[in-house]
Design a protein around this ligand. Structure first.
Ligand code: SF4
Length: 52
């Protein structure tokens, strides 16, 4: 992912509305290479989601 995309993503996540929380933020697979889904880190729906 290019640097400008990372910054844009960070800002977007920082200012994301409470109603649009990403599942990955609370998912136990959101570390290292535990999850390789394309939705990560902005999944709104995910069949593999497991709460931390
Ligand atoms: S399993 Fe789903 S919710 Fe969890 S980190 Fe991966 S994409 Fe996100």
């Amino acid at each position: 992912m290019p640097w400008w995309r990372r910054i844009a993503e960070s800002l977007r996540r920082l200012f994301a509305l409470e109603s649009k929380r990403y599942l990955c933020d609370t998912c136990k697979y959101d570390y290292g290479n535990a999850c390789t889904r394309r939705e990560r880190p902005n999944a709104l729906q995910c069949p593999d989601y497991k709460r931390k």
